[in-house]
Write a protein that binds this ligand. Structure first.
Ligand SMILES: CCCCC/C=C\C/C=C\C/C=C\CC/C=C/C(=O)SCCNC(=O)CCNC(=O)[C@H](O)C(C)(C)COP(=O)(O)OP(=O)(O)OC[C@H]1O[C@@H](n2cnc3c(N)ncnc32)[C@H](O)[C@@H]1OP(=O)(O)O
Ligand SMILES: Cc1cc2nc3c(=O)[nH]c(=O)nc-3n(C[C@H](O)[C@H](O)[C@H](O)COP(=O)(O)OP(=O)(O)OC[C@H]3O[C@@H](n4cnc5c(N)ncnc54)[C@H](O)[C@@H]3O)c2cc1C
Length: 666
């Protein structure tokens, strides 16, 4: 905020019952992370090249060129200022424009790191780190995305030349969707069916050069382009999602990523001791980052809706006094505050997921693979439920802002359009929950075998208790006890998984059973993932959390998150007998009283996200709350208002009006 400028939300900030600066540290993860983030946010906000308020007005070509300009400028600044990897990634975050760089750093580099041998990493990573090559992740095809084993592109080993021949045998085998592929990438990690000596060996990744490093023209045998406009204006259209076909393209043998499986000079295929599923490792990595991204997108929408709800007044004026702030309506609170609580919940579960991922990666380096299935289930499941909830929440925030939320300059329509494909990319959310369901059913089926479930399924080890326990909640206050809440969530989740397993057992063919019961399985998987989010929020509160009143606020938010989910899925809790209708009603009573506790802290709780006005890019979410004059000024900047009488008046409006006059005279 400018020094000396009026703060229309000052009153809201004064009622906060906690230290906002300390909450900023907790949200950022550490004082260091906050400092870096804050510095990089300001660096980006103060640089005119990173202006983004005109994105929705630009044509696709202008938008794309501007994105290239921003990406090049960001890289120049990163090099000039010798920014660390952490700082550089914050710069990209605050530039806030989907671009080829997301895929280069987010998937191409991790694919080589995760699936390449030491030698391959040494050869390719330095080039990628200096951006002397730009890469994308080319897996999905026109005909297959979810079904990775169904990909059709082939990579046939030619022992005569020691090369692979990469080929697109059908139209449906065309690579379709990879970000950065359409117009920018010089290289791709392309996924193809490995064929050696006429034998198939599954899908593997291959580094393929696509374009000349001299003039950017496609290399012989490569057909490549952009797949066209996507949902919304601005939004994800800054990304060149691409189409790619290979016509018998030859690459050296050592460009197959060979950490999992090696093909020797003689054409021998050697499976290493690394599990085959590591070929999917890049997706596991990215799904984990997408959970963190969900908390960012959600907190951004909630910040806009909360500040605006405090500024906006409708009805309720008494004796000529001010009208009621819409944030004081209980309905507004019951729609908004659970989303605020969800933003914090997703933040902390993403912190935990990152540590799980780091731990599993270290174990994999040591040759320990036992935790891989859990890492897959957690990343897939949490990616699914957090992105679905966030996409819905952004739209809810738009509605919470009434008519003005529909204006592009509220920031919410574009945020929604950019965000919503997260429910599809990196795995369709339903397909991913089915993966979690497989994992749960397997865990349940092993309960009798003496195998003790660990990690996030450890609670299933107490199946005997959880299958018949009764919640002892007797008052609304009892719902503030995390143990009571967790037990209800565990009972619901376990009972849903067990019911699925029992129903599955009725089918002679398990795969047929799985297909028939898929809708129930997805619900059981979601229940398990919600339990993880609730548990990790409560576990966060076991840590030392410094700052006046910070822990207290987080306790309130954790209860709001848990009881909101309980209220939303009350049917599950009741039908499984995990709680009684009376206990469900008490949970709702508690939720109402928690909303009142959040109310005086709401604006401060979104200030703790520490977003600059540049990052939010929302007239409604401005830090100073100066909404109306800005909306008014912005309207006049619209190109339609460049002339008082619009283009087209002479051709289309005037003849109409004249026609009416003639008719009236007749
Ligand atoms: C505005 C700025 C944006 C900033 C954004 C910030 C952060 C985000 C960063 C980047 C995102 C940006 C852009 C998005 C780019 C998008 C990229 C993509 O979409 S890439 C393509 C992604 N594709 C998918 O996700 C495909 C989904 N399908 C699959 O994952 C699998 O094929 C599926 C569904 C798991 C099915 O496999 P299936 O063929 O049936 O099974 P398999 O036989 O292959 O496997 C059997 C066993 O393997 C286990 N398994 C499966 N997957 C994994 C895994 N990943 N890891 C470990 N294990 C796995 C599976 O459970 C089976 O185990 P059991 O045999 O039952 O024990
Ligand atoms: C913006 C964007 C960026 C992308 N970037 C990349 C990229 O960089 N690289 C890349 O390789 N790919 C990329 N993709 C592709 C993306 O990963 C796939 O679109 C995604 O994995 C979903 O696969 P699909 O399109 O085949 O969907 P489908 O599987 O065809 O899904 C269609 C419908 O069928 C349902 N369905 C499918 N299978 C099942 C099942 N077994 N049981 C029940 N229901 C099922 C789904 O739930 C969905 O409702 C991108 C996609 C988008 C939208």
């Amino acid at each position: 905020m400018e020094v000396g400028a009026p703060d229309y939300l000052a009153g809201e900030r004064q009622t906060a019952e906690f230290d906002v600066e300390s909450m900023k540290v907790t949200w950022a993860g550490s004082r260091h992370a906050l400092e870096v983030s804050d510095r990089m946010a300001r660096l980006v906000a103060s640089d005119p090249v990173f202006r983004k308020d005109n994105r929705v007005m630009l044509s696709r070509k202008e938008l794309f060129k501007n994105t290239l300009r921003k990406a090049a400028h960001a890289w120049k600044r990163i090099v000039e200022l010798r920014l660390t990897e952490e700082e550089a990634s914050r710069v990209r975050f605050f530039v806030d424009e989907p671009a080829f760089t997301d895929l280069h750093w987010g998937m191409f580099v991790p694919a080589i790191k995760g699936q390449g041998t030491e030698e391959q990493q040494q050869k390719w990573l330095p080039l990628a780190y200096k951006m002397q090559i730009i890469g994308c992740y080319a897996q999905t095809e026109l005909g297959h995305g979810s079904n990775v084993q169904g990909l059709e592109t082939t990579a046939t080993f030619d022992p005569k030349t020691d090369e692979f021949i990469i080929h697109s045998p059908t139209l449906t085998s065309s690579k379709w969707w990879p970000g950065g592929l359409g117009k920018v990438s010089t290289h791709a990690v392309a996924y193809a069916r490995l064929i050696v000596d006429g034998q198939e060996h599954g899908v593997h990744g291959f580094i393929v050069q696509l374009r000349s490093l001299d003039d950017h023209m496609p290399l012989p045998g490569i057909t490549v382009g952009d797949i066209g406009m996507k949902f919304g204006s601005g939004a994800y259209n800054s990304m060149d999602n691409g189409v790619l076909r290979f016509d018998n393209v030859r690459i050296p043998r050592d460009q197959m990523l060979m950490r999992v499986l090696q093909v020797t000079r003689e054409g021998k295929v050697i499976q290493s001791d690394v599990p085959r599923q590591l070929i999917y490792g890049t997706m596991v990595f990215v799904r984990q980052t997408i959970v963190a991204d969900a908390s960012c997108a959600l907190s951004r929408a909630v910040c806009i809706a909360t500040r605006y709800s405090a500024v906006r007044r409708q009805f309720g004026s008494q004796n000529g006094g001010p009208e009621t702030q819409v944030i004081d309506y209980k309905t507004q609170q019951s729609r908004l505050f659970p989303l605020l609580a969800s933003a914090y919940a997703f933040r902390f579960v993403s912190e935990w997921l990152k540590s799980l991922y780091t731990d599993v990666t270290e174990k994999l380096q040591r040759g320990e693979f036992s935790t891989l299935p859990e890492a897959h289930a957690c990343t897939a499941g949490l990616k699914s439920i957090t992105t679905s909830a966030t996409a819905d929440a952004i739209e809810e925030c738009r509605k919470l802002c009434g008519g003005h939320g529909y204006l592009a300059n509220s920031g919410l329509p574009e945020l929604f359009a950019v965000y919503v494909p997260a429910c599809t990319y990196e795995g369709d959310n339903t397909v991913l929950l089915l993966q979690v369901a497989r994992f749960l059913v397997k865990t349940v089926s092993q309960l009798g075998s003496g195998k003790v479930p660990v990690g996030t399924t450890a609670y299933m080890g107490r199946a005997r208790h959880l299958i018949q326990c009764k919640s002892n909640v007797q008052s609304a206050e009892d719902w503030l006890n995390p143990q009571v809440v967790v037990e209800a969530f565990e009972a619901r989740s376990l009972r849903m998984s067990v019911a699925c397993a029992e129903n599955l057992a009725k089918f002679p063919n398990p795969e047929e059973g799985f297909a028939q019961l898929a809708a129930d399985l997805v619900e059981a998987a979601a229940a398990h993932c919600q339990l993880i989010v609730v548990t990790k929020f409560f576990e966060k509160l076991q840590q030392d959390i410094p700052g006046k009143g910070v822990k207290k606020q987080l306790q309130i938010l954790s209860s709001v998150y848990a009881l909101y989910i309980l209220h939303k899925h009350l049917g599950d809790f009741l039908s499984t007998g995990s709680i009684t209708p009376k206990q469900g009603a008490l949970a709702n009573d508690q939720l109402r009283s928690l909303y009142s506790k959040i109310r005086p802290n709401a604006v401060a709780l979104v200030d703790a996200f520490n977003y600059t006005d540049h990052y939010l890019s929302s007239v409604l979410g401005r830090y100073d709350g100066n909404v109306y004059p800005t909306l008014y000024e912005e309207a006049w900047k619209d190109p339609l208002n460049d002339s008082v009488v619009p283009d087209g008046y002479q051709e289309y409006i005037r003849p109409l009006l004249k026609q009416q006059i003639r008719n009236a005279r007749l």
